[in-house]
Design a protein around this ligand. Structure first.
Ligand code: ADP
Ligand code: MG
Ligand code: MG
Length: 499
């Protein structure tokens, strides 16, 4: 019906697509000639499926949607069909996960490496500086984290020309969408099955995605190691969170499958209600906290006052298992990523030569701004670089002409400020036509994808309890967009169709 909210199907930017090329890069139905009626049915069914299965986020058009569950829900942005991806590269990404887990753990134990690598950044980046202050206080107090939990997501793009799977970044804090990404895989399977005759695609080529259950399992196992049956898992949340359902999925599975309770607290609330007992137990309100799972605290915006920093410091001092600890958090910064890519640095942390070679193979070009020949090249050919500050959450990188200007300014001023950034080789993935769903409207676009592999690492002293990949997140965005965040509004959730 014309009054239906998602009609007409809006096909933004439908440039003429070369059909032959399309078939080579994507064994998907030719979107250009796809029957509009079929498309409409698929869109309709996908929207129904998302609503009924909790593939939802808070609607930014509705005021209370970031505060009150059940108010103003809208389907999460998603791609209507999965994105094809070579199976070999998919396996490669999965194999890398436990190696990166181990690397993060080793790096986190080398306090000197973290402090030294970030020492120049500290002078010019107030946020990183505050994190480092907490870290050095822990070093001074000889605070050891005997039980360590990492819930990471390593993101990759497949460079079209070189056919290399290259790491974009490794997230060690607040890796988002473990709760929703597995639903997208299920949605796609369901659509492929339902429209099997028309699409001719095999739902078995969408790899299983257990992101939610495996992250819940890791949190539950960590909680068990803490060994206080009365303790709860505390999710540190932002004051407003439109992506709350992604987090509620984890809480629900923790409760239903493991009988572990969660509470949700903002940093300000933790400052207000938190108490540290002499034995290190963190009490928030009436609850002893076994595991602290951060879904906030990764951006300066989360620390509007000293209160939030007090909360972060309080938690770090406690015996609760922090996901992440301050060391894990710092180990995931972009500056550390760039330091680890320097010759002979991985060797400092890992013994296995094969593992080192595997990691190095996925490293893109990464440079500090001290490298004057690279800076010169980036000024001359900005399209081949990305300039990154020490920030998370999307929307912070500098590209193209903005980058050229920023680099020229830093050069002229000759300040220390250049230590706030790194330069990275720009990766160019294959562009493929895609159907991107947002607010009930289907947009046909040329798009590129970024594959994230979730992983969990849990150890108690010398005992590694969990070290594995935990499902995936495919994100697809309009090819002309630089940034990739789903929550930031640049990308949609997607899944993988192995080719
Ligand atoms: P954040 O921690 O904010 O997510 P990222 O390093 O992941 O920072 O960068 C954000 C987005 O920018 C990525 O999701 C990706 O879409 C794009 N991007 C980052 N690095 C590169 C790169 N080297 N080449 C191409 N795109 C990149
Ligand atoms: Mg990140
Ligand atoms: Mg990212």
């Amino acid at each position: 019906t014309p009054s239906s909210p998602f009609l007409p199907i809006k096909c933004g930017r439908v440039e003429e697509i070369n059909t032959q090329e399309e078939n080579l890069t994507k064994p998907m139905p030719n979107l250009h000639i796809m029957d509009p009626k079929l498309l409409q049915s698929m869109v309709y069914d996908a929207l129904v499926w998302s609503s009924l299965h909790g593939l939802v986020v808070g609607d930014r058009n509705i005021q209370r949607s970031g505060k009150v569950p059940g108010v103003g829900m809208v389907h999460a942005p998603f791609a209507l069909l999965p994105m094809s991806f070579p199976e070999s590269h998919w396996r490669q990404a999965c194999e890398l996960a436990p190696i990166f887990n181990e690397l993060v753990d080793r790096v986190s134990l080398d306090g000197e490496f973290l402090q030294d690598s970030l020492s120049r950044t500290k002078k010019v980046d107030a946020f990183t500086s505050r994190l480092l202050d907490i870290h050095s206080m822990m070093l001074q107090n000889n605070k050891n984290e005997e039980i360590r939990l990492g819930l990471h997501r390593s993101d990759y793009m497949l460079d079209e020309q070189t056919k290399l799977l290259l790491q974009i970044e490794l997230n060690t804090v607040s890796s988002s969408f473990p709760g929703l990404s597995c639903l997208v895989s299920e949605l796609h399977r369901s659509l492929l099955n339902q429209f099997k005759e028309q699409l001719g695609l095999d739902s078995g080529r969408i790899p299983g995605n257990a992101s939610l259950s495996q992250f819940a399992e890791a949190l539950a196992k960590a909680w068990k190691e803490y060994n206080n049956p009365r303790a709860v898992v505390m999710i540190v949340v932002q004051t407003e969170e439109r992506n709350m359902y992604d987090q509620h999925w984890l809480s629900t599975v923790l409760k239903e499958r493991y009988d572990v309770s969660t509470i949700r607290k903002t940093l300000a609330e933790i400052d207000e209600q938190g108490v540290l007992l002499p034995d290190g137990t963190l009490l928030v309100g009436d609850h002893a906290i076994g595991v602290i799972y951060f879904r906030a605290g990764y951006t300066p915006n989360d620390y509007p006052s000293e209160s939030e920093w007090r909360a972060r410091y309080l938690m770090e001092q406690s015996s609760a298992i922090k996901c992440p600890s301050i060391s894990y958090h710092l180990a995931g910064t972009k500056k550390i990523q760039q330091e680890l890519a320097k010759p002979n640095v991985l060797e400092r942390f890992l013994d296995n030569k094969d593992d080192i070679a595997k990691l190095r193979k996925c490293f893109a070009g990464l440079w500090s701004l001290d490298d004057s020949s690279i800076v010169k090249d980036a000024i001359e050919r900005p399209e081949f670089y990305v300039m990154k500050p020490q920030r998370e959450g999307g929307g912070n990188n500098i590209y193209g002409d903005d980058m050229r200007k920023a680099l020229l300014r830093l050069q002229e001023e000759g300040t220390e400020e250049n230590a706030a950034y790194i330069l990275m080789q720009r990766i160019f993935p294959t562009i493929a036509p895609s159907l991107l769903m947002r607010d009930g409207i289907c947009h046909k676009n040329h798009a590129i994808s970024e594959l994230g592999i979730y992983s969990a690492y849990l150890r108690n002293k010398e005992n590694v309890i969990m070290n594995e990949h935990c499902g995936y997140l495919m994100r697809t965005k309009v090819s002309s967009s630089n940034e990739g965040g789903v929550a930031a509004g640049f990308a949609v959730l997607d899944s993988v169709y192995l080719t």
